[in-house]
Ligand binder design. Sequence first.
Ligand code: NI
Length: 169
Amino acid sequence: MALLPILHYPDPRLHTVAKPVAQVNDDIRQLVKDMAETMYDAPGIGLAATQVNVHQQVIVIDLSDERDQLQVFINPEIIWSSEEKKVWQEGCLSVPDFYDEVLRPSEVKVRALNLEGKQFELHADGLMAVCIQHEMDHLKGKVFVEYLSSLKRMRIASKLKKKSKAGVI
Ligand code: NI
């Protein structure tokens, strides 16, 4: 097990588009273990492989209070999304200490592979729907702040750059 370093916005590597996993093998299972450890340590409720500079379509999510309900999505696809949309206050481990509102479909149906390489479908609503869409954006190279105005984005980027230089993050 290993903690993986998390990339911080505006790191250009966050804009890499992840490739589908060709085979769910022990390397992928190890990656999932390391990503889960990294997410729990952060602590966060979701993490996409892109955020740890691995550009394969792998997501881990755990919304439980006890932190014992890990959900793994390999090669996830959204096969249905509701017309109804909802605004949620989102945060991201790659954009520390920043939260803002994003409008997204309130429900989605996702198809993905599990750790055994078996396909499953999940109908998600509430926070799970938000989290899946947020993490899937990471796999496409998109960070949630890109939904915000360019002025806001520039402020966030320059604030985070200053922080990294000072060695805070
Ligand atoms: Ni994120």
